[in-house]
Write a protein that binds this ligand. Structure first.
Ligand SMILES: CCC/C=C/C=C/C(=O)SCCNC(=O)CCNC(=O)[C@H](O)C(C)(C)COP(=O)(O)OP(=O)(O)OC[C@H]1O[C@@H](n2cnc3c(N)ncnc32)[C@H](O)[C@@H]1OP(=O)(O)O
Length: 307
């Protein structure tokens, strides 16, 4: 064999080793899901449960929370073993929104003059927005299960999730006007697209009035209401498990395209998915799924490769 060909092959093998993605077990043993404000556990096969975990403070969103949600969802995005996520709150309530004790220091502007103060404050708001936008950027479906109070930042959080369940005792409140600010981390942008009723969004956001579970269901904010938290979580885990049996190529491609299409015209959405599927239609998952269908099997009978 000629020397240049051998050198090329050696270089190629070396590159393959360097570019080889870390297996999920190696990744998770190096950096487990370990947080101060969140508790992450494996609820079912391929299903992670992310709990807001400051029950004594009604899961108020403190400094650690705003940072850890981003870290957690980045990790979930890269975790090839995870195919669906359930988010819920520990204790008496889902969340009481931003931590009012931490708020002053978290939003304290820094800078030598008005321009620099404003510049840095804008950066802070954009960073806070990322705490919930990561949920939307994560290609794994995220189901949120709300019980009790879901206030302020809580509505921003659930608006970024894909599927919303709640209990009969759930209370939703776009509370920001009551603390003197216009909601700025997602509610005003996402909620109108979820409930499709601008009049109702304005009413909720201008007055901060409470919306109970029956109204949340009738306006389309949540898709199901349960008598208690236990029943809700069981159903949320069942739903996540069901999603996790399907092809991850199909499910994650569906989430990404649904979100893209929400923010673009039909023509742009069709163009995007055509380009998407020119790669993804080449998956073995289609061959396996079609074969299973011929054999009267379901996705549950198929082992799809990790994504
Ligand atoms: C760039 C910024 C972007 C973000 C903006 C976000 C804005 C918002 O989120 S606006 C909404 C702010 N939240 C509130 O106004 C809610 C305040 N809390 C309540 O109304 C009640 O606590 C609640 C109805 C949620 C629950 O009532 P309950 O009787 O069950 O509990 P409490 O006795 O009131 O509270 C128990 C302990 O938790 C502490 N706590 C509750 N909420 C917060 C909070 N938001 N921040 C900090 N701490 C909170 C409360 O002080 C009690 O603590 P302790 O006295 O030590 O037991």
């Amino acid at each position: 064999k000629c020397l240049p060909a051998l050198l090329c092959r050696g270089l190629y093998s070396g590159l393959r080793v360097i570019l080889q993605p870390m297996s999920s077990s190696a990744a998770s043993s190096a950096s487990p899901y370990n947080y101060e404000s969140l508790k992450v556990s494996q609820a079912r096969d391929h299903v992670l449960h992310v709990e807001l975990n400051r029950p004594d403070k009604r899961n108020a969103m403190n400094r650690a929370f705003w940072r850890e949600m981003v870290e957690c969802f980045h990790k979930i995005t890269d975790d090839s073993d995870c195919r669906a996520v359930v988010v819920s709150g520990a204790g008496k309530a889902f969340t009481s929104g931003i931590d009012l004790m931490d708020m002053a220091t978290m939003l304290q502007p820094q800078g030598d003059d008005a321009a620099r103060l404003a510049w840095n404050l804008r950066k802070t708001v954009v960073e806070f927005q990322e705490t919930f936008t990561v949920i939307e950027k994560c290609p794994k479906p995220v189901i949120v299960a709300v019980h009790g109070a879901c206030i302020g930042g809580g509505v921003d959080l659930i608006s970024a999730c894909d599927i919303r369940y709640c209990t009969e005792d759930a209370v939703f409140q776009v509370k920001e006007v009551d603390i003197g600010l216009a909601a700025d981390v997602g509610t005003l942008q996402r909620l109108p697209k979820i409930i499709g009723n601008r009049s109702l969004v304005c009413e909720l956001a201008f007055t901060a009035r409470k919306m109970m579970s029956d109204e949340a269901k009738s306006c389309g904010l949540v898709s199901r209401v349960f008598p208690d938290k236990g029943a809700m979580l069981e159903s949320a885990f069942d739903l996540a498990s069901d999603i996790a049996t399907k092809s991850p190529v199909a499910v994650q491609g569906t989430k990404i395209n649904l979100i893209y299409s929400r923010d673009h015209s039909v023509a742009e959405g069709l163009n995007y998915i055509a380009t998407w599927n020119m790669g993804m239609l080449q998956t073995q998952d289609i061959v396996q799924s079609a074969q299973a269908s011929f054999e009267k099997k379901t996705p549950k009978d198929i082992t799809y490769s990790k994504l």
